[in-house]
Write a protein that binds this ligand. Structure first.
Ligand SMILES: *Cc1c(COP(=O)(O)O)cnc(C)c1O
Length: 394
């Protein structure tokens, strides 16, 4: 097999051809600035409104509650920083988790340096937030709870409805980073009591550099990017019209196919998990077995270095990841794998493979065959493994 096998769809996805096709005229023909008065450009305003509605509908929201941003990171920054700014007089305590994306963790860290207190909730060995611990962390001055919908490394889906309920019982705003879950898991912002939600197009076969923040009507956070009056004065800057059109198209196709697409992905996911567990010894599935993104597979292999594994997979045309894209390249083990209780040396030997709707069983068969050989080869070079085998024979 000499074609590329792309199993890193949690990092980014291929832009769907119909998405690119929908975007192209907005570069070359309908390039007007939506804020201009003449009809040629002003028509783009309606185009944007239509995309807002398509997106809003997919999460049970109203078009007027969708604000376009430059992606998931901006949406996360906006939600946290603007809530701190707007509600800082009411209280200065924020609750989040130890397994968030760095767009949340580093923003929380920034807020801590600016006079806010942040509680980072632990998770259990499957990566699930403990509701008792959440309840115990709530204080009279808590203004925001931010818990990701699904984790980008280990795929665990959180009990978002329960968390939202707890937040609202206490009159606390609830934000969720749904960048991985959006269009992979059905989401209803009312059912889940969500006040703010972050999403990004490039994780669902849309273009890079466009995302949105859902802000429930009545939530009084202000603009994060100052300038013009775009996005109802809440996010300045000439609208990324091609990006917005591409995002709308991506949501249309992904939300329309959600049930069948994710069922097929989950079947392949479980096939891959099953074969690895059966055919490769001393491995551990990371993340929740059932409450899990339909395309996420994450394993730790004892006596193996994740980076070496990735390089050898790459030599065989297989793209995967050992942690989140942001941390690969650094020597620290993933904060998520440490939070679920893995010792450093086991966290280091981890591999994330995230499937797409185009992934086939044949590709996965090839991956398992390669993985078996690679893991065995790496273990045969490991003095720790040699000791382990000696001791287990003794
Ligand atoms: C990718 C990702 C982000 C960042 O989104 P960008 O659009 O790349 O800025 C944030 N949170 C999670 C969970 C992600 O997977």
């Amino acid at each position: 097999m000499n074609k590329l096998i792309y199993l890193d769809n949690a990092a980014t996805t291929k832009t769907a051809p119909e998405v690119v096709k929908a975007m192209l005229p907005y570069f070359t023909e309908h390039y007007g600035n939506p804020s201009s008065v003449y009809g040629f450009a002003a028509a783009n305003k309606d185009v944007i409104t239509r995309q807002r509605e398509i997106i809003a509908e997919s999460i049970g929201a109203n078009g007027s509650e969708i604000y376009f941003t430059a992606g998931g990171s901006e949406s996360d920054n906006w939600a946290l920083k603007a809530t701190a700014e707007a509600y800082g007089k009411k209280g200065r305590h924020i609750i989040t988790t130890k397994i968030e994306h760095h767009a949340i963790l580093h923003t929380a860290d920034f807020l801590e340096k600016n006079g806010f207190e942040v509680t980072y909730l632990n998770v259990d060995e499957n990566g699930t937030v403990k509701l008792d611990e959440l309840k115990a962390a709530i204080r009279p001055d808590t203004i925001l709870i931010s818990v990701m919908f699904a984790n980008n490394e280990i795929g665990t889906i959180q009990p978002i409805e329960e968390i939202g309920e707890i937040a609202h019982e206490h009159g606390i705003l609830f934000h969720t980073d749904a960048v991985q879950a959006f269009c992979q898991v059905p989401i209803d912002v009312d059912v889940c009591h969500i006040d703010m939600l972050s999403a990004s197009a490039h994780k669902l076969n849309g273009p890079k550099g466009i995302g949105f923040l859902y802000i429930r009507k009545g939530v009084k956070i202000r603009s994060f990017i100052h300038g013009g009056a775009q996005e109802r004065k809440r996010r300045a800057g000439t609208e990324n019209v091609p990006g917005i059109v591409g995002f709308g198209k991506a949501v249309e196709r992904a939300a329309g196919s959600l049930k069948e697409r994710t069922a097929a992905e989950a079947e392949l996911r479980d096939y891959l998990i099953g074969r690895i567990e059966k055919e490769i010894p001393y491995c551990r599935l990371n993340g929740h077995r059932e409450n899990r993104l339909p395309n996420n597979v994450n394993f730790s292999f004892r006596f193996v270095e994740g980076e070496s594994l990735l390089i050898k997979l790459d030599m065989n045309g297989i793209c995967a990841s050992s942690g989140s894209a942001c941390t690969s390249g650094s020597l620290d083990p993933s904060h998520v794998l440490l939070a679920i209780g893995l010792p450093h040396e086991i966290a280091h030997g981890s591999l994330r493979m995230t499937l797409s709707e185009e992934t086939t069983r044949e590709e996965l068969d090839y991956v398992v065959e390669k993985l078996k050989t690679i893991v065995e080869d790496l273990r045969n070079m490991s003095p720790l493994y040699e000791d382990f085998i000696k001791n287990s024979k003794a």
